[in-house]
Design a protein around this ligand. Structure first.
Ligand SMILES: O=C(O)C1=C[C@@H](OP(=O)(O)O)[C@@H](O)[C@H](O)C1
Ligand SMILES: C=C(OP(=O)(O)O)C(=O)O
Length: 433
């Protein structure tokens, strides 16, 4: 176990920061580049463990992928050139790899098996397996292929109309990818708006798709052409420092060049609703993705209700928003977020346990939590439960807590944010005496 002790003696946070590349876009860029013909260069690629699971999977299928820091170069030869892996593919801790690649592997003309780590092996796969089988996929696995390990047999898929029963960008993207590699037309009808990076990025690789209300339609058999991309900063990583600045007295920070896609920027909306001193400005577009700067200063926050359509937009930010809520006047209620129970860990349970250990008044609900503010937090030993976002929430809590915070298993943070502790350190204004 890789433990870290945090007891920062600081007077506040200040400075500018660029967070690493967006995880969702990095995964998609590798997948689309690997299916393309030609060489694609991806800059500001997230060098987190999850994205390397996607890279390794395509290497196992014969795609040459070079690494040079956060630049990766994918030498695609098209879908037809992919070859059968001789070993099982390891999805590691990455739900995005598992779900999106299921859509690809189900449609490829060879046999593949795949497995994950202990956490991913508990996460539901039936949400992609059931609709893929409706397209003709032949998938076997543990508990009727609702859990990893899983095996994909050679099959020819036919496009169908899917009415999604979960609000999940991973499921939507898996089915669009399967549709792209199928015969005929596939329509995915979303249950609610989820992150739309797949829809925004596929056209850059020459793929046509149409979006009409909640229907997204794609024709099978289209060829992908290589495309270069610079990945915007990850707003889900930036969220930790936005909250850090809002809850730490005497602070002001700017996060530069961060993705501000409107299906992802709910953290900005939520913090503004809580009364945060925050400005966010879009200054460029990378393809269809808006990119900008976010400045946050110490704020007098108040509690709010987070529910409904908003939830998919802030799904990965709820742990850090829960910490913000402990510092907000009044009550914060989080509802309609049952999905948190099937992330890297049960995030409702993990957040409640850790914040309670620090003295917060917080109650778990089946689909969310209720948090009372403003609470003084005390240092304690916190378990990350192997979940990067739970580990980072604990580290940010150390900025405002009385006494030392110990995070057990800090290494899981490398899943999405390898330079997290370096960045945390760089923003701290140290007490001089
Ligand atoms: O599509 C994606 O890149 C992701 C979608 C979300 O998961 P769900 O689609 O399961 O909600 C999110 O939690 C995950 O971190 C990344
Ligand atoms: C849920 C997450 O990722 P994934 O589903 O890809 O494991 C996350 O990054 O918070």
């Amino acid at each position: 176990m890789s433990e870290i002790e945090l007891q920062p003696a600081i007077t506040g946070l200040s400075g500018e920061l660029e967070v690493p590349g967006d995880k969702s876009i990095s995964h998609r860029a590798v997948i689309f580049s690997s299916l393309s013909e030609g060489t694609s260069t991806i800059d500001n690629f997230l060098t987190g463990e999850d994205c390397f699971r996607t890279v390794e999977a395509f290497r196992q299928m014969g795609v040459k992928i070079d690494e040079d820091g956060s630049r990766i170069t994918v030498h695609g030869k098209g879908v037809q050139a992919l070859t059968a892996p001789t070993q099982p593919i390891y999805f590691g801790n990455s739900g995005t790899t598992a779900r999106l690649l299921s859509g690809v592997l189900a449609a490829l003309p060879f046999f593949t098996t795949a497995y994950g780590d202990a956490s991913l092996s508990k996460r539901p796969m039936d949400r992609v397996v059931v609709p893929l089988k409706e397209m003709g996929a032949v998938i076997d696995g543990r508990e009727s292929a609702s859990l990893l390990p899983i095996a994909f047999s050679q099959a020819t898929l036919t496009g169908v109309r899917h009415e999604l029963t979960v609000r999940s960008a991973q499921v939507k993207s898996a089915l669009l990818l399967a549709g792209l590699l199928s015969n005929g037309k596939t329509t995915v009808v979303e249950k609610g708006v989820t992150r739309d990076h797949t829809e925004k990025l596929l056209p850059q690789y020459g793929v046509e798709l149409s979006v009409s209300g909640s229907d997204i339609t794609i024709e099978g058999g289209q060829h992908l052409t290589a495309s270069d991309l610079k990945v915007p900063g990850d707003i889900s990583s930036a969220a930790f420092f936005m909250v850090a600045a809002a809850i730490t007295p005497n602070s002001q920070i700017t996060i530069k060049n961060v993705g501000l896609n409107e299906t992802r920027n709910g953290i900005v909306t939520a913090l503004l609703k809580m009364g945060a001193e925050l400005t966010s400005t879009v200054h460029t577009y990378i393809g269809e993705e808006p990119v900008g700067d976010v400045t946050v200063a110490s704020s007098s926050l108040h509690g709010i209700t987070l529910e409904g359509e908003m939830i998919p937009n802030i799904i990965d930010e709820i742990p850090i928003l829960a910490l913000a809520a402990t510092q907000a006047e009044g009550t914060t209620v989080i509802k309609d977020a049952k999905e948190l129970r099937v992330k890297e860990t049960d995030r409702i349970d993990a957040v409640v346990r850790n914040l309670r250990k620090m003295g917060a008044e917080i109650e778990a609900r089946e689909d969310g939590m209720v948090i009372q503010g403003r609470q003084t937090l005390r240092g304690n030993v916190l378990d990350s439960f192997g979940d990067h976002r739970i580990g980072m929430m604990g580290a940010i809590a150390s900025l405002i807590s009385d006494g030392k915070v110990v995070i057990t298993d800090k290494d899981c943070i490398n899943i999405s944010y390898p330079p997290f502790f370096k960045h945390l350190e760089s923003l701290q204004k140290k007490k001089t005496s």
